[in-house]
Design a protein around this ligand. Structure first.
Ligand code: NDP
Length: 317
């Protein structure tokens, strides 16, 4: 026999800064939000060591600590935070149906999507090791570059993100070695030219990381392989930045919501509204440009306010 269907006024999917901020606002507005944490409770920030650019933390805070505090703040006002992830949705009617991975069905008046995006990684064991222990692998130069000021770093990728991040790193680091896997950039001409003009960026084409080197605790460099000649060499570095793109976590919304060609949800400009009434989006699931904790939190707030107004207009709140 199937479980009874639960009815929820406001369902929040995802537990990064966007989801928890939406939860804080929605619970303080008596919307009794239910939040499903998703596959990576706390989101991308849980892979960041120190967060020093989130206003209100003059001494910085670790990513995991910040997410625990955000969760506590949401729970303090009554958000029902649950483990588990949403595996399917049906946005046909005014009641939005979602299914949890264990088969549970929930009918929601409003849905706030805060499923975020995941940085792509190379997949090397050594890369994953120093990513997991915070020893020097990062996918966010703006978040972590500061920790490598005055030092030598490596960046992988040749798109607009890699160029932008290489430029950012070049300003604070001693030397940036940029590894491009083909013999051309993917980035726009202007970004490519800008990067090429920066003196302390050393660009290697047809070059890929063979292994991230370290002393088990921290990164000490990378072994690079030329994918044409097969030659390998080592580049000393304390930080390795992977800038090979992001994937928004929006697969379950395909066919329901308008997505761009990469899969980012398209929201109404200046609001969190999607093409489906009562379904709102916040955070990186709709943002390939800023991708910061503070911007995600801001759009989480917007989504909760938009959801509240929607409920009020429908006489549901
Ligand atoms: P892109 O997909 O545009 O670029 C990814 C880059 O990473 C490519 O150079 C790609 O190489 C490389 N790459 C992918 N996989 C690997 C791998 N396994 N090993 C080595 N290299 C790899 O992603 P971006 O994040 O740069 O950009 C995403 C979108 O955001 C784009 O539309 C971009 O224009 C936009 N953007 C715009 C900005 C701006 O206008 N200021 C700033 C940042 C992003 P290859 O080319 O060989 O596939």
């Amino acid at each position: 026999m199937s479980e009874e269907i639960e009815k929820v006024k406001c369902l929040i999917i995802g537990s990064g800064p966007a989801g928890y901020t939406a939860a804080i606002y929605a619970s303080r507005a008596n919307m009794s939000p239910v939040l499903y944490q998703g596959l990576q409770p706390g989101g991308q920030l849980t892979t960041t060591n120190d967060v020093e650019n989130f206003p209100g933390y003059p001494d910085g805070v670790t990513g995991p600590e910040m997410m625990i505090e955000l969760q506590k703040q949401a729970e303090r006002f009554g958000t029902d935070v649950r483990t588990g992830w949403i595996s399917k949705v049906d946005f046909t009617g005014p009641v939005h149906k979602v299914w949890v991975e264990d088969g549970k069905e929930i009918h929601c008046d409003t849905v706030i999507i805060s499923t975020g995006a995941s940085a792509k990684y190379l997949g090397l064991e050594s890369e994953q090791k120093y990513l997991a222990n915070g020893g020097g692998v990062s996918a966010c130069a703006v978040c972590d570059g500061f920790f490598y000021r005055g030092q030598d770093v490596v960046i992988v990728g040749a798109g607009d993100s890699a160029c932008e991040e290489a430029g950012y790193l070049a300003n604070i680091c001693n030397k940036v070695t940029m590894l491009v896997r083909r013999d051309v950039f993917r980035a726009s001409d202007i970004m490519e030219k800008r990067v090429k003009a920066i003196e302390n960026i050393d660009i290697h084409f047809n070059s890929e990381i063979d292994e991230v080197l370290g002393d088990d605790q921290v990164v000490t460099g990378v072994r690079v392989k030329n994918n044409q000649s097969g030659d390998t060499w080592e580049v000393p570095a304390t930080g390795v930045f992977i800038a090979i793109g992001h994937k928004p976590n929006t697969d379950i919304f395909k066919g329901w919501l308008n997505l761009d060609e990469t899969g980012y949800i398209i929201n109404e400009p200046g609001s969190s509204k999607t093409n489906i009434e009562g379904v709102f989006v916040s955070g990186d699931a709709a943002d390939h440009v800023y991708r910061q904790a503070i911007t995600a939190a801001g759009t989480g707030c917007m989504a909760a306010l938009d959801a509240e107004r929607y409920l009020a207009a429908k006489g549901l709140h």
